[in-house]
Design a protein around this ligand. Structure first.
Ligand code: ACM
Ligand code: ZN
Length: 752
């Protein structure tokens, strides 16, 4: 009896697979009873690590456990080891048995990361802001050994275009620490405003930190600084703010305690409207006067002015006093050099220094500050434009316009940080950069050999905030993509696996809820996008369990909100309608939608049908970007073809083709129709749009799945091309039938 009870006990406590992100270098789940934190749990910390304080703080806040117990058989041990200096930087190991949590570390950073991992092995309620009862504070028996792949695991936050308060910066640092990111690149200066107190130049924050609040998210659009107008702190309707030096010191300490280096960015010589409106004398000569006070047509420092250079050296000196970071970022991207071309001081500088064009003047400028920072024991980082006109000797390149800048710099033997727009620009939509796409990123370009690859310090994601005015929006653009990026930057490529990451991510979303982090909600999926029925039909949505947002639906075509009905299982629909599903969060915000078109069956029988579909060709004019309404247009040719195929098209023109007739569905079931076309195409059965692949694009495939009772349905496929490359194909997969062309024997037209 005892034996079998023991076996049963072990089975009952079998732990689900851990959901640590980023995935550790090695992780072995042992069977057996978990370690359970309790009031008697003791702590040994002989190496006097600061890391247990973070664990204590979480346990005391959420679990009411102090780690002040005396138990010898239920203890947490932090142990400093050296192992002859053979361990990788930031290494730690975590061994959990029923009676002990053993953390071994060689550096404080390792101990801190062990705590972050331990936190993720605990129930999600460990991240609750308030005390939670009824939770067993258990950790499964595991053995973990872990260390990061890259030394630069970063994020950039733009606090110029929109200003974020100290509390949000600290929350963001907490989030970084949780994901084991270790660089916070703080974009403090740009056209949207100057955000750092500089004692020597008080106008920067008295004036340059405050712009006229137009109520628009980003006046002027994009990085068109020309429409921004500054009003100063006395402005009646102002937007902005800045960080005082005391606040910055506090934030730098806060970050350091979390093993995060803050790399400040003082943009120069471009993107500097906040500075040049505050001190117009640091701009070029011959800049036309602004049409309003607080405006300027130039956002560039004068590279020929000794006054501007001295100003920037003094600004950097105060910056270095505030930020201990080895790296100081000077921006240097997207510099409009027109005013340098027209400025006598800049032209003098070029003559004196033997510079042949304004690109070389920019290179001279960057080299000057590279040298200046080096004299102060620091290193310069800049965006990849610093390669133009010759790279400064000590510079590190941040590759953003793709990966070529990073490749070029690494081949020159210079350090690089990879942050290409293709994967790292988290101000871009999830449609253009999905979480899965981010997860597929390898920061080391394939073009680098092993020696060159060593110059890749790591990577970072960037949150530019032109279009991101609020904290929750800022978080939603980061999460869950940031978790994928964290794994790109930490985990060895051989240990990465998208399907396993997806499993861990599903468990993370409720944890993000505990932490009060807004994230992009998952888009629900439906087995059928179109249902033809008579009588009634069941409508289903694939609803993952365990999410804290509610899956809701409407039947009137509107997007669900918090008042909409919750989805608890298949719905019975009796009348034609569109069912729209979406996750709705606690603020009433819906994520992406999934729609199901419910239609009355159209089974028509007509007396005389002939094989093949009617083909109508149309020539288009102008700049077509969508399938035009063909109903009032005269076709240039009308024929009959056995199938809808590309062959029907008029060559080398802007055109549309329509194939119409009837399709006989042989047996009831689910039919997935796919259209692959360049440019857009659509497929209708009756008036139900089953596949929507419209719009100007290359060869893209889209599908829709319809539930179809057997019978005859009106069939209509349309394709357009706006000129240039074109292609088209249609396919179907039905019950027991693999994806392939529509069988010709299914297609008919009515010949009267
Ligand atoms: C940048 O996105 N302009 C660095
Ligand atoms: Zn100038």
């Amino acid at each position: 009896m005892t034996g079998s009870t023991l076996v049963l006990g072990a089975l009952l406590t079998a732990s689900p697979a851990p959901t640590v992100i980023p995935e550790p270098v090695s992780l072995h789940l042992r069977g057996g009873p978990s370690f359970v934190f309790s009031r008697t749990t003791s702590l040994e910390n002989d190496g006097k690590s600061a890391a247990p304080a973070f664990l204590k703080e979480m346990l005391s806040r959420s679990a009411g456990i102090s780690l002040g117990g005396k138990s010898r058989s239920n203890r947490v041990v932090f142990k400093l080891v050296t192992l002859g200096g053979q361990l990788p930087p930031n290494w730690y190991s975590l061994k959990v048995t029923q009676h002990e949590v053993l953390v071994q570390y060689a550096e404080e950073t390792g101990a801190f990361y062990a705590v972050q991992t331990l936190r993720q092995l605990l129930p999600k309620e460990i991240d609750s802001p308030i005390r939670v009862s009824g939770v067993q504070w258990s950790v499964p028996q595991v053995e973990i050994e872990d260390y990061p792949r890259f030394q630069w695991r970063g994020m950039m936050l733009d606090c110029s275009r929109h200003f974020f308060p100290v509390s949000f910066i600290k929350k963001t640092l907490d989030n970084c620490a949780m994901m084991k990111l270790n660089v916070f690149h703080w974009h403090l200066v740009d056209d949207g405003g100057w955000r750092l107190e500089i004692k020597k130049y008080p106008n920067l924050t008295k004036f340059g930190a405050w712009r006229v609040d137009t109520g628009e998210v980003w006046p002027g659009g994009g990085w068109n600084f020309g429409n921004l107008q500054f009003c100063g702190e006395d402005g009646a309707k102002k937007y902005g703010g800045y960080y005082t030096q005391d606040q910055v010191k506090d934030i730098v300490r806060y970050a350091a305690a979390r093993h995060i280096t803050i790399v400040p960015e003082i943009e120069m010589p471009g993107h500097s409207l906040g500075a040049v409106v505050s001190y117009p004398e640091i701009m070029c000569e011959n800049v036309p006067p602004a049409d309003k006070p607080g405006k300027s047509v130039s956002n560039v420092y004068c590279a020929g002015s000794d006054k501007a250079i001295a100003f920037l050296e003094e600004v950097l000196s105060e910056t270095m006093q505030l930020f201990p970071s080895k790296f100081i970022h000077i921006g240097a991207d997207e510099v409009t050099k027109t005013y340098w071309h027209n400025c006598p001081l800049c032209q003098d500088r070029m003559k004196k220094e033997g510079l042949k064009d304004e690109n070389e003047l920019q290179s001279w400028f960057v080299k000057h500050f590279d040298n200046f920072l080096a004299q102060h024991g620091r290193r310069l980082v800049g965006w990849d434009e610093i390669l133009e006109g010759g790279l400064a000797p000590g510079a590190t390149v941040m590759s953003w316009r793709g990966i070529d800048g990073g490749i070029e710099a690494a081949k020159q033997g210079k350090d690089v940080v990879m942050s290409p727009t293709s994967h790292c620009y988290f101000d871009y939509s999830y449609q253009s950069i999905s979480t899965e796409h981010v997860y597929g990123w390898n920061p080391v370009p394939a073009a680098l050999n092993a020696t060159e690859a060593k110059h890749v310090l790591g990577g970072q994601y960037n949150v530019w905030t032109e279009w991101i005015p609020t904290e929750s929006h800022c978080e939603e653009m980061q999460f869950p993509r940031a978790l994928a990026m964290a794994e790109d930057l930490w985990t060895p490529p051989a240990r990465k696996d998208w399907s396993d990451f997806s499993r861990r991510l599903a468990a993370w979303l409720p944890r993000l809820d505990e932490l009060g982090i807004t994230y992009m909600m998952p888009v629900p999926t439906v087995p059928f996008t179109t249902l033809f029925f008579s009588g009634s039909v069941q409508v289903k949505c694939n609803a993952p369990t365990g999410l804290s947002q509610t899956l809701r639906y409407t039947t009137d075509g509107t997007v669900p909100n918090s008042a909409s009905k919750a989805y608890t299982g298949p719905l019975t629909v009796k009348k034609p309608c569109t069912v729209t599903f979406a996750y709705v969060n606690s603020h009433g915000v819906a994520g992406g939608v999934a729609k199901v078109d419910c239609r009355n069956s159209l089974r028509t029988e007509l007396p005389s049908l002939d094989s093949g579909v009617t083909v109508q060709q149309y020539l288009l004019t102008g700049e077509p970007s969508t399938i035009p309404d063909l109903t009032n247009m005269k076709p240039t040719a009308t024929t009959v073809a056995p199938l809808p195929t590309e062959g029907a098209r008029p060559r080398d023109a802007k055109f549309a083709v329509r194939w119409s007739g009837y399709i006989r569905i042989p047996t009831a079931g689910a039919y997935t129709f796919s259209l692959k076309s360049d440019d857009g195409s659509r497929l209708w059965l009756g008036d139900a749009l089953v596949v929507d692949n419209d719009g100007p694009h290359g060869a893209v495939e889209k599908s829709g799945t319809a539930w179809l009772p057997a019978g005859l349905y009106p069939f209509d496929v349309r394709w357009f091309d706006q000129g240039g490359a074109n292609s088209f194909s249609v396919s179907v997969a039905g019950p027991g039938q693999a994806k392939g062309p529509i069988p010709a024997k299914w297609l008919f037209h009515y010949s009267g």
